[in-house]
Design a protein around this ligand. Sequence first.
Ligand SMILES: Cc1ncc(COP(=O)(O)O)c(C=O)c1O
Length: 397
Amino acid sequence: MRRKMDFKEQAANKIIGEIKGLKSIQTPAYVCDLAALRRNLSIAQEIKARTGAKIMLATKAFSQFSVFPYMKEVLDGTTASGLYEARLGHEHFGGEVHAYSPAFDEREIEALLPIITHLYFNSVSQMYRFLPRVKTARPGIKIGLRVNPQISLVKNSALYDPSAPNSRFGVKKADLTDEIMAQIDILHFHNLCENPVEDSEALIGHLTQNFGPYLERIAHVNLGGGHYFTAPGYDLERFVTALKCFKERFACELTLEPGGALVYDAGYLVTRVLDIFEADNENMAVLDTSASAHMPDVLEVPYRPSLRGGGIAGEKPHTYRLGGRTCMTGDVIGVYSFDEPLAIGDMLIFTDMAQYTMVKNTNFNGVPLPDIGILHESGRYEMVRKFGYEDFAGRLS
Ligand SMILES: Cc1ncc(COP(=O)(O)O)c(C=O)c1O
């Protein structure tokens, strides 16, 4: 049953879990928190300084290029999963531009060649197909081959485990011949996703034990992403020690290509309540955002995003199911509780919304895309980009 909201209630808009600087911004909006980003970057800087590893930003996780100037002060470049990411890295970040894809086509390779510094193949067949052209056009380019180390360390979702059965990622050890090794400069192992240090150690231990002869003859190893070194409680000492031992043991150059860890908890999705009513004896709040269109990992992983000032169901006196504004029944962000009742117009702030959000969003249902902004360290909000009807229609005919 619809609960009538009186005008006074609407006018007294609350900001749940207020953040200085975001009080009166237009919503929905993705906001990169520069102070939090810099905190993550300082951890990356420490890893680089203590291990000698290079660190690339995996732009699949985060491509808000308006903050690339801050990121490139520390990072060595970007790693792309597709042509457009490579171009973005080349044009807006600079430094090294790595590219990997489960499969390239000829046109992509031609477009990539002038702008990348490192090219990784996923299979031996792709490597043999494109190597002659690549070596002729760009003799200096570094060639990597993705190897599937066949150790499952991503436990929360098979969707994100590159070593899952029937995975299409990487060449298996049994297929790694001398002839193949002679063609490549880099062995590439990406096998983690939001993993704690124990799993980075397990991966490194597994590689040391099982790939020793290959690692001894290769000059460069890329240990991929998924090392979650900015997460609370992460033991940086252990990570640094594991990387240093590996690097010294195999006398190799080392690259990491994290995405999530570099922007962990460095962004918000700021939204407002559009409607409140009761459904099946539950309080329902519909927001001006959407799990499906604006934070698809909430449904895909799935996971329950953190919300400032929001508890789990029943933890605080007022519990609401927070729904998105698309037509999909499952477009629900989760059930949250609050100290006070919600009202139409109240502002809510989801956290850890920099990674895998902007890069994956859609205009499904013709729902507008959130603004993109920056919260500067001074507390000043800078709106960087607004989207309109043209962004929606432009993709459709
Ligand atoms: C090849 C490769 N490198 C790096 C990454 C970045 O991973 P993360 O964001 O978990 O650090 C991914 C993520 O899927 C990937 O597939």
